[in-house]
Design a binder for this molecule. Structure first.
Ligand SMILES: Cc1ncc(COP(=O)(O)O)c(C=O)c1O
Length: 406
């Protein structure tokens, strides 16, 4: 018997990074502070829960529209106009089980065997498996590391071939915390238009921006609406990760193929969950804004603390719930340092190389997943770790750089 299918073998070689390592210590009862999960700390706002409960009580329990409830998609169309400056009608919006499902459907609808998909390194590792499951080939283009991981038009242009089909963008960016400017996004837009490519834009952190950073949806740039599939979710800003709800937008010409995928894999998304998410879009936004403000405070604690640690430099994240400190000055390789921090400081952070070779020399520190008190304690543990007298003796030379699956 041949088992499993080859595409699964190819895609399943990814690990869960430090989560796997930490689980062993968790099982032994060690008090770990988890700064590796990209999950929000707060509970879902009460009015959202109430709307879902009311929907259940009202008997909203039967099959619904394959694309998502019309009233919900109409509410989303308004949100897209107001916040993203995107003009998509309800028929160009598809409700999905979180962003993961939205982008999976987009990959499956867009990618043929042998097509090349460009990921910007450091990248979000899920996009590798999605490319492979669709039969495509991952092509890595580096972000400009020397310039706070900005978008380099030349680096992307150098990777475009006859087989290139799609460029994948994560904005605001996980793991770097960048919020790309309209000028940076224009580089991708210019290349996509010149070479007739699709862009998949993952905007799961759209609301989580700080200070002057402003989120721009690439589909709002001239001539990008028709070639961009934008994926959104309620996961992060509304603290609804376990609800599994998101949506995508695509031009009417692209939508039927995407819908064929989602009708096949899930039929449609749970109807009373959609009612909760509709309350999130239509209701008061103050709870969501308060959660982003709490993230900003935790970001400041983390950035300030990391910048005091010897050999560490941390640029201020403009958005997301991640700091991506440069630890190359410590002399440690990222994997080794993340492991030492786990076993000795009992703090779980992700190695930068988990996100590709471009992430080597960095750690990803998620400040969104724990309370302010626990994040503060984690920084105290790290400070002690970096300042212990013996610590430099434990330094190892930069060992093999392990890029993720590439
Ligand atoms: C860039 C990015 N995309 C997608 C997801 C997953 O989103 P969801 O839980 O809505 O599927 C995450 C979660 O960490 C993420 O960081």
């Amino acid at each position: 018997m041949k088992w499993p299918a080859q595409r699964l073998s190819a895609a399943s070689k990814k690990s869960f990074g430090m989560f796997d390592e930490a689980s062993k210590l968790d099982a032994d009862g060690v008090d770990l502070i988890h700064l590796e999960f990209g999950r929000p700390h707060a509970d879902t706002p009460a009015h959202i829960k109430e709307a879902a409960k009311a929907a259940l009580d009202a008997g909203i329990v039967h099959y619904g529209d394959f694309r998502g409830t019309l009233s919900f998609r109409q509410a989303l169309a308004e949100k897209l106009k107001d916040f993203n400056r995107l003009d998509y009608g309800p028929d160009e919006i598809l409700v999905t089980n979180g962003l993961t499902h939205a982008s999976f459907a987009a990959f499956m609808a867009a990618i043929d065997p042998g097509d090349e998909v460009i990921l910007l390194d450091p990248y979000y590792p899920q996009h590798i498996a999605k490319t492979e499951l669709a039969g495509g080939r991952v092509v890595i283009a580096g972000l400009d590391k020397e310039n706070n991981f900005s978008i380099s038009k030349a680096a992307i242009a150098a990777k475009i071939t006859e087989r290139t089909r799609m460029i994948v963008l994560v904005n605001p960016a996980n793991p770097t915390g960048r919020v790309y400017s309209a000028q940076e996004l224009q580089h991708i837009a210019d290349l996509a238009i010149e070479h007739d490519l699709l862009v998949l834009s993952d905007e799961v952190y759209e609301y989580i921006t700080y200070g002057h950073a402003q989120h721009v949806s690439i589909a709002s740039l001239p001539r990008m609406r028709e070639r961009t599939i934008t994926c959104f979710a309620f996961t992060k800003a509304y603290s609804m990760d376990g609800w599994r709800i998101g949506y995508l937008t695509a031009d009417a010409r692209l939508m039927p193929a995407i819908l064929r995928i989602t009708m096949t894999d899930v039929t449609h998304v749970n109807v009373f969950v959609q009612e909760g998410a509709r309350a999130a879009v239509e209701g008061p936004q103050d709870a969501m804004r308060a959660m982003v403000e709490a993230d900003r405070r935790k970001r400041d604690i983390v950035v300030q603390a990391l910048n005091q640690m010897p050999g560490v430099f941390c640029a201020e994240p403009e958005g997301t719930i991640y700091a991506f400190p440069d630890i190359s000055g410590t002399g440690w390789a990222s994997d080794d340092l993340a492991m030492a921090i786990l076993t000795e400081a009992h703090v779980v952070v992700e190695s930068g190389s988990f996100y590709g070779a471009g992430g080597e020399g960095h750690l990803r520190v998620c400040f969104g997943s724990e309370s302010e008190a626990r994040v503060t304690e984690a920084m105290e543990r790290l400070t002690r770790f970096f300042n212990t007298a013996e610590q430099p003796l434990r330094k190892k030379p930069i060992s093999n750089i392990k890029g993720d699956a590439q």
